[in-house]
Design a protein. Structure first.
Length: 231
């Protein structure tokens, strides 16, 4: 599905409006961990279910599906079986992004002969604009900019962390050398301080870089290969 370009600011605003709407519904302030399951079911009045999407759709790489006409979100049951909470909740938020940003385009497509009334989230499509927009929406929903910046400020102070080295020259229980090798430690401290407990360290370090709070000046990509990086 083709979608028009959206600026980050507009996507972030849409995510903030979802949180604001849910706050009005439950009559209390929403803080991390952002309750995306409750937002789906109570805030947006959508049905949420788990099923074997890969078997149902005969696709090996599908993680979620939003059925617009049925107001239904399905998550592939493998995300439950793998006990990867960060990936699971990011997928919840990702599907909310599709519902908020893209359902009108599904309705438009359905008017044509070739339109389908659903959005399928496949790994192979991750770089397409429709999936990038939903991913960015998810990061804004789970990790609101103001709350991430406040948590970072409490831990690291007002200046961004600039990573000049790949490996650390020292490391101890009290302090550590900010470097590419230590990105999981950087993310974990912000995760704990901000109570982003349903977000992976990988998602959080990407958000910190996107907000300019962590700057990787080494020219080398951070690796997500280690198991501790994905929790």
């Amino acid at each position: 599905m083709k979608v028009p370009w959206l600026p980050k600011k507009k996507i972030a605003q849409a995510a903030a409006e979802v949180i604001a709407g849910y706050q009005t519904e439950v009559r209390r302030r929403v803080t991390p961990p952002i309750p995306v399951e409750r937002i789906i079911e109570r805030g947006l009045n959508l049905k949420l279910g788990f099923t074997d999407l890969r078997k149902k759709l005969k696709m090996r790489d599908v993680l979620g599906a939003t059925y617009v006409n049925e107001a239904l979100i399905y998550i592939d049951q493998s995300l439950l079986e793998n006990h990867n909470e960060g990936r699971l909740y990011f997928t919840f938020a990702h599907e909310i992004g599709h519902w908020i940003l893209h359902r009108k385009f599904v309705h438009q497509a359905c008017r044509s002969r070739y339109g389908a009334a659903h959005i399928l989230c496949r790994i192979k499509d991750a770089k397409k604009p429709v999936e990038w927009q939903a991913d960015y929406f998810a990061s804004c929903l789970l990790m609101p900019e103001k709350l991430v910046k406040n948590a970072f400020l409490n831990i690291y102070g007002p200046k961004p962390l600039i990573l000049y080295n790949l490996k650390s020259s020292f490391k101890g229980p009290i302090c550590f050398d900010p470097c590419v090798e230590n990105w999981p430690m950087i993310a974990q401290k912000v995760k704990k301080e901000g109570r982003f407990c349903n977000v992976s360290k990988q998602a959080l370090i990407i958000r910190l870089q996107e907000l300019g709070l962590v700057k990787n000046e080494t020219g080398l990509q951070m690796s997500w290969c280690k198991s501790h990086a994905l929790t």
